[in-house]
Write a protein that binds this ligand. Structure first.
Ligand code: PLP
Length: 406
């Protein structure tokens, strides 16, 4: 395992292959990041040597599995600076974490006249769970607009804050446009109205050091596979006092202390929210991903990606026919664009034929697309393993696409 970002590409087995006869250029990290060998090996080693169910066993393998699983919780606590390991709830991803908060925190307290506040920048995972809970309770979903650069209008957002708002749910970084929201400032403002804040950190965690206490929010949700860990893993961080008061989200094994037909006593945090056998292997892999990110250093990763992002934007602007979508001042690692009137899916296929992997479509953010009068965009997104050669290849591939469509 390398300690140097410039050399870290070799840590990623999937990046050592040719696609369409060329060295793979992977520019789709916002959809899912490739995993370093350290993560793949941690999962494989657990499966080969240590697999058993966690928490309940007295035998050696169960102890080992429990230690590894709970060890990952400790790593995640430290990584996001949570004050207590009880605040780290393992979920299947950001989506489940947000649904958990919508159903367990919001549903019991919402009624007609109450509001949930989100923004136009959100991923569907930070829209639909709130629509569902609004349907269930009679509450109303209200949405703060974005401007032509893809930035949330702060004055408009603040104007929507009132004592009717029972939750503000906002992305840290937009997956469609790469806009970084000024979350700390927004949370401070929400505090003045006693509005709890959930941050969708799916695209924040991979790209910057996250300190949940520093941000001041109440809940922070993220996915393992966006931060170089396995799919089917994620975390809901929540303030202990809030989590304590919330009812369980799902019932089943492990989330109870005692069960009888008359009365069931729920387990303590965090287990109250982890019903059933968890994704043990995945969580252990997520712990290894945290080790990997820490060995490189989140500050160094951010600086590397910022340099690359600026390089990518400059290069894309130099390609005739490219229109950038999402031009906020504060951006992280994602750039959406259109090339002439080429359909993004056609463009994605032509790029794939040249070994360049980008994402095309609505990026699970249809309202963002509607805001720009589009059905979809092409999106290049960066990870810590990318370099300027990757971006040069993207540009060559785009120029080739223009020739093909000329
Ligand atoms: N929120 C954002 C900003 C995302 O980018 C994504 C995934 O693309 C999600 C939420 C949902 O994450 P998952 O599918 O891992 O639950």
């Amino acid at each position: 395992m390398t300690q140097n970002i410039a050399d870290c590409r070799k840590d990623f087995p999937a990046l050592q292959q040719n696609i369409s006869g060329r060295s793979l250029v992977y520019l789709d990290t916002a959809a899912s990041a490739q995993q370093p060998a350290a993560v793949i090996d941690a999962v494989a080693q657990y499966q080969r040597e240590n697999h058993a169910n966690v928490h309940r066993g007295v035998h050696t393998l169960s102890h080992r599995a429990t230690e590894l699983y709970e060890g990952a919780r400790d790593k995640l606590r430290a990584f996001i600076n949570a004050s207590n390991r009880t605040e780290i709830i393992f979920t299947s991803g950001t989506t489940e974490a947000i649904n958990l908060v919508a159903q367990s925190y919001c549903r019991p307290i919402l009624g007609a006249g109450d509001q949930i506040l989100i923004t136009w920048l959100e991923h569907h995972s930070n829209i639909v769970p709130w629509q569902l809970v609004c349907e269930q309770t009679g509450a109303e979903l209200i949405v703060a607009p974005i401007n032509d650069d893809g930035e949330v209008g702060l004055d408009e957002l603040y104007a929507l804050m009132s004592d009717r708002v029972k939750m503000l749910a906002i992305g840290h970084v937009s997956n469609a446009l790469g806009t970084v929201n000024p979350v700390r400032r927004i949370v401070e403002r929400a505090r003045q109205h006693d509005i709890p804040v959930l941050v969708d950190g799916a695209q924040g965690m991979p790209h910057m050091a996250v300190d949940v206490q520093g941000l001041g929010c109440d809940f922070y949700a993220f996915s393992g596979h966006k931060m170089y860990g396995p799919t089917g893993t994620g975390v809901l961080w929540g303030r202990e006092a809030l989590l304590e008061d919330m009812p369980p989200y799902q019932g089943g094994g492990d989330m109870i202390l005692e069960v009888s037909f008359d009365n069931t006593v729920y387990n303590e945090l965090p287990y109250k929210f982890e019903a059933g056998t968890p994704n043990i292997a995945g969580v252990i892999g997520l712990g290894a991903a945290v080790d990997y990110l820490q060995s490189l250093g989140m500050e160094k990763i951010s600086a590397h990606e910022k340099h690359l992002h600026d390089y990518m934007v400059n290069k894309l602007e130099s390609v005739d026919g490219v229109r950038l979508i999402g031009t906020a001042d504060e951006k992280a690692s994602v750039q959406s664009f259109m090339l002439d009137d080429i359909h993004p899916h056609d463009l994605g296929t032509i790029l794939d034929n040249q070994g360049v992997a980008i994402r095309t479509g609505h990026h699970c953010a249809m309202p963002v697309m509607q805001r720009f009068g589009l059905t979809g965009t092409a999106r290049a997104s960066l990870g810590l393993y990318n370099n300027t050669d990757d971006i040069d290849c993207l540009v060559v591939a785009l120029e080739k696409a223009r020739e093909i469509f000329a």
